[in-house]
Design a protein around this ligand. Structure first.
Ligand code: GAR
Length: 209
C-alpha cells in the first residue's frame, strides 16, 4: 500500500474520513503520519488515539522555508510517498511544491476552477449559483489551480447560509477524498498508466537536435 502523510490545521474531519477509509480492505493507501502546523489542532488527538504517528510544529516565529522543511522532514522520516493536504491552511513554498509535484493532493471546498482561495461558500451563494461543491486537485505552485482529479456538486437550497452549505459540503468531501486518493495512488503503480504519462511527457519536450 502507498504511504501517505496527511497535513491538517484544525478539526481534521477529512483526515478522519481518509483514515477510516484506509482501514477498509480494498484501500490502496495507508496513513503513515498526521502532521499539523498547530499543536492544538483537534485532529491530532484523534490520530494518536487511533495509533497513527503524529507531528506538530507551530509555524509561528518560523520562516516559511524553515517550517516547510520541518514538515517535509517529518513526512519523509515516516516514509511518505504522497502528501495529502486536508484543511491545511498554509501556503507551501514553491520549492516544496515542486519536489512533491504529482505526489501532493489538496481538497478545496468549491467546484474548481470556480472560487479558488477563501470564503468559497459565501461567494457561491452570493453569485446565485445552483450548486457549491468540492474538488480534489493536484497541488501546483499556483493556489488551487492544479489538475482536478475529482469533484462533487452540492445543491444550494433557498435560505442557505455559508455555514449550512459548508456542513453539507463536508459530507461530500468525506465521500470524495478517500475515493480519489485511493484511485490516484493505485494509478501510480499501474505500468500502462505510467507509460502513457512518459509518452505524453516525451511529446511535450522540445525536439532534440
Ligand atoms: C474542509 O472543508 C476543506 O475543504 C477546507 O477546510 C476544511 C477542513 O475541514 N479546505 C480549505 O479551505 C483549503 N483552502 P476538516 O479540518 O474538518 O477536514
Amino acid at each position: 500500500k502507498a504511504k501517505v502523510a496527511i497535513f491538517i490545521s484544525g478539526r481534521g474531519s477529512n483526515m478522519a474520513a481518509l483514515l477510516y477509509a484506509s482501514l477498509l480492505p480494498d484501500s490502496t493507501y495507508e496513513v503513515c503520519l498526521v502532521a499539523a502546523n498547530d499543536p492544538d489542532a483537534e485532529g491530532l488527538t484523534l490520530a494518536s488515539a487511533e495509533g497513527v504517528p503524529t507531528f506538530a510544529l507551530s509555524h509561528k516565529g518560523r520562516t516559511r522555508a524553515d517550517h516547510d522543511a520541518a514538515m517535509e522532514a517529518a513526512a519523509k522520516e515516516a516514509g511518505a510517498q504522497y502528501i495529502v493536504l486536508a484543511g491545511y491552511m498554509r501556503i507551501l513554498s514553491p520549492e516544496f511544491v515542486s519536489r512533491w509535484q504529482g505526489r501532493m493532493l489538496n481538497i478545496h471546498p468549491s467546484l474548481l476552477p470556480k472560487y479558488p482561495g477563501l470564503d468559497t461558500h459565501a461567494r457561491a451563494i452570493e453569485a446565485g449559483d445552483s450548486h457549491g461543491g468540492v474538488s480534489v486537485h493536484l497541488v501546483t505552485e499556483e493556489l488551487d489551480a492544479g489538475e482536478v482529479l475529482g469533484s462533487l456538486p452540492v445543491a444550494i437550497r433557498a435560505g442557505e447560509t455559508a455555514d449550512s452549505l459548508a456542513e453539507r459540503v463536508r459530507f461530500a468531501e468525506h465521500q470524495l477524498y478517500p475515493r480519489v486518493l485511493s484511485d490516484y495512488v493505485s494509478r501510480g503503480s499501474d505500468p500502462g498508466y505510467l507509460l502513457e504519462k512518459v509518452r505524453a511527457l516525451a511529446l511535450s519536450l522540445p525536439e532534440a537536435h
